[in-house]
Design a binder for this molecule. Structure first.
Ligand code: ADP
Ligand code: ADP
Length: 229
């Protein structure tokens, strides 16, 4: 019952004016539905590349990449993505920002506006829907970014260092929050992080990448007693 399936994945970047970079080599793993996995490894090992391929944002060079039973060639409606910085559109309100995937996927705005409001309430942003991004703190903006990733109810949530720009305490708070959202929603989560303690705290399994080219060094099951148990 693999919900995400990656096999024999290769990625070469071929810039026009310089040597190609072999970013990922022979990557293979599967993720069960509802599982929470983290991807860790040194800078440049291909974490962001792997996530972007899963999100359908950049093409692979070779191999199999399937999400929810479909080959990934473009962004799928089954997938939501949270970026490093919240990247909210400054000229739109928080609610309008959360609704962006609904527009992109051409879904019924009236139906999903209700869902957007529920999500904002869930992350403690009730009453902020009509505010603009600059009126919110960094942590609040990241929470709005999570709502944006979840608004079209994707079964898979991909996150690239979502809290990297936040101070340590807000970050810790956001991780606990994330764990609660994951527990309540039953979504399949793939998190890229620089922090091994964070990966161990949050995940069922940790995929460790090594660099040049990016390969899987090991996949570590986490058997510790965690708050969710
Ligand atoms: P990480 O997220 O682990 O830091 P990246 O996926 O960003 O790693 O990068 C992996 C490798 O691919 C690095 O050597 C990086 O310089 C290279 N790379 C990433 N994006 C591009 C790109 N658009 N063009 C060329 N090389 C790239
Ligand atoms: P991180 O390590 O946090 O993933 P990076 O600073 O490596 O982020 O990369 C930031 C952005 O720059 C990414 O979108 C990546 O694809 C792009 N990038 C990284 N390396 C290169 C490169 N050698 N050439 C072109 N773009 C790159």
């Amino acid at each position: 019952d693999a919900w995400i399936e990656v096999a024999g994945l290769q990625k070469l970047y071929r810039p026009r004016r310089s040597e190609p970079t072999h970013a990922l080599s022979d990557i293979g793993f599967t993720v069960r539905r509802g599982e929470f996995i983290s991807i860790v490894g040194p800078s440049g090992c291909g974490k962001t590349t792997l996530l972007k391929i899963l999100a359908g944002l950049i093409p692979k060079s070779e191999g199999v990449v399937r999400v929810a039973g479909r080959d990934v060639a473009k962004p799928l409606p089954e997938v939501g993505m949270v970026f490093q910085a919240a990247t909210l559109l400054p000229w739109r309100t928080i609610l309008e920002n959360v609704m962006v995937p609904v527009e992109v996927q051409k879904l019924d705005a009236a139906v999903y506006r209700e869902q957007a409001r529920n999500l904002l309430n869930m992350v403690g942003l009730d009453g902020f829907g009509d505010k603009y991004p600059h009126e919110l703190s960094g942590g609040m903006q990241q929470r709005a970014g999570i709502c944006r990733a979840l608004v079209h109810d994707p079964s898979v949530l991909l996150m690239d260092e979502p809290f990297g720009a936040l101070d340590a305490m807000t970050r810790e708070y956001m991780n606990v929050e994330l764990l609660r959202i994951w527990k309540e929603s039953g979504k399949t989560v793939v998190l890229v992080t620089h922090s091994i303690p964070e990966a161990v705290f949050l995940s069922d399994r940790v995929i460790v990448l090594s660099s040049r080219p990016g390969r899987i060094a090991e996949i570590v099951p986490i058997e510790l007693e965690r708050p969710r148990d």
